[in-house]
Write a protein that binds this ligand. Structure first.
Ligand code: RM4
Ligand code: MN
Ligand code: MN
Length: 447
């Protein structure tokens, strides 16, 4: 609790400073839009019935969808040029959980939080679990951070971490990852995500093959520390912060490493970590087919790793990815158990609003993918009829499933209109009072 200290802890205990969005307030707000949404739902129900689709089945699908929220996503992000902090930003992991709880209350599809260590290193993990579960939250995959130096650490990661030429740097990075797993055990997490920034800015800087050998050697030590029921997620990224080469640059390298490591290692797809125009849905299909898809860091991207809001730039691509996921779900593909997480940097919006809208966009894509007439699609494919195949996908993609999403949220106690309800609640204003801005303090991370 670096910015808040024992005074905050005291206030937290006596519970005098915690504005929360009330269930009754949500229900009251829902009343305002109830009549309109019921009408839209009824209309959609009839439309879908003509297509032999039972709308209630889709509501159930919407209700079942889960995506984890990144703890680092509730703070305002920034670029290397500037960061424009918002009012009432969370100052420690407890306040981050409060914001995650607000997101969860309104959209109901985000009950888990993914922590980043050491940004979110708990003073007492058991206490953190109690704080989270009091708000209906649990913990998703752990994330290690060897892409920046942390106060007090012996060796610098300036020239790499798990793949550094110096074994003592590698050992330090391995130990950090093992520490993340240890913390995660207490938190009830079941997976550890490893993303490294290791790479080069100059041709010749790194010996490509040796760097990858060192990666595998380090990862074997981390893999050995995994509990039996855990998985490790390898996250690739083609550039940034290294601008010439990265060690785990693409899904092929990730897949090779996951295979080398063993059955508990899987490949995580962060949508922003691909070059523009890459066919990500096809990468997803390949990883499903090879039984190695870990899951996702959802976001969107136009030019590079922009960590833009999911569904904001390429909603059709998002739909096509979910089309592959739903296809795998329905055909019960082997080893298919994807973990869904958001990983975004909210630089100019209220992070809570962005996270809510992104979560909703994911449920939308998931429900739309369930609307695809799979028999018609198979028939079109078998008949070599590309036009009809595309039309079949487009029919699902262009169906406005908003009433289904709204009804699913309302039935689960969430908001019919999450953004409006959030704004009406005055949550941010309350937090601005509870969490006065600390001048001169920088973010505990770039995102
Ligand atoms: C990276 C990558 C990781 C995330 C960091 C903050 O680009 O997406 O998943 O933990 O950013
Ligand atoms: Mn990521
Ligand atoms: Mn990223």
């Amino acid at each position: 609790m670096p910015f808040c200290g024992s005074f905050c802890a005291f206030l937290r205990q006596v519970n005098v400073m915690h504005f929360e969005i009330d269930d009754d307030f949500i229900a009251e707000q829902n009343q305002n839009s109830r009549a309109a949404i019921d009408e839209d739902y009824e209309h959609l129900r009839k439309q879908l019935r003509r297509r032999n689709v039972d709308i209630e089945d889709l509501v159930k699908k919407a209700e079942s969808f889960r995506v984890a929220v990144p703890s680092w996503g509730v703070g305002t992000g920034g670029t290397r040029f500037a960061r424009f902090p918002g009012d009432g930003e969370p100052r420690d992991v407890y306040e981050k959980l409060e914001d995650c709880a607000a997101v969860f209350k309104l959209v109901r599809s985000t009950p888990a939080v993914s922590l980043h260590i050491p940004w979110d290193k708990p003073d007492d993990a058991t206490k953190l679990v109690a704080f989270a579960s009091a708000r209906g939250l649990s913990f998703d995959a752990m994330n290690s951070n060897t892409f920046q130096d942390h106060p007090g650490q012996k060796h610098s990661y300036k020239f790499g971490s798990l793949t550094h030429p110096d074994k003592s740097v590698r050992d330090q990075a391995v130990a950090h990852n093992i520490e993340c797993i240890e913390i995660g055990k207490t938190l009830g997490s079941k997976a550890h995500t490893v993303w490294i920034a290791d790479g080069g800015n100059f041709p010749g800087q790194q010996h490509f093959r040796h760097a990858l050998e060192r990666y595998l050697e380090s990862m074997r030590d981390i893999y050995a520390a995994l509990p039996d029921d855990w998985r490790v997620f390898i996250e690739h990224k083609f550039y940034e912060p290294a601008f010439y080469s990265t060690v785990i640059n693409d899904w092929g390298t990730s897949y090779y490493c996951a295979r080398e490591l063993g059955p508990k290692a899987f490949c995580l797809v962060d949508l922003g970590h691909h070059a523009p125009n890459v066919n990500i849905e096809m990468i997803v299909a390949r990883l499903i087919q090879f039984g190695k898809l870990a899951g996702f860091h959802f976001n969107d991207s136009k030019y590079g790793d922009d960590d833009l809001d999911a569904g904001s730039i390429k909603p059709f691509q998002l739909f096509l990815i979910f089309n592959e996921l739903v296809d795998a779900e329905l055909s019960q593909a082997a080893h298919f158990n994807p973990a869904y997480m958001l990983d975004q940097s909210h630089n100019i919006t209220d992070p809570i609003e962005s996270l809510m809208m992104s979560a909703v966009e994911l449920v939308r894509a998931y429900v739309q993918a369930h609307l695809v007439d799979r028999d018609a699609l198979t028939e079109a494919q078998d008949n070599c009829d590309p036009l009809l195949a595309l039309a079949t996908l487009k029919q699902a993609f262009t169906t406005d499933v908003s009433p289904i999403l709204a009804i699913a949220r309302a039935r689960a106690g969430g908001a019919i209109d999450p953004i409006r309800t959030y704004r009406q609640s005055g949550y941010r204003r309350h937090k601005a009072e509870e969490r006065p801005t600390q001048k001169g303090i920088t973010a505990s991370g770039i995102v």
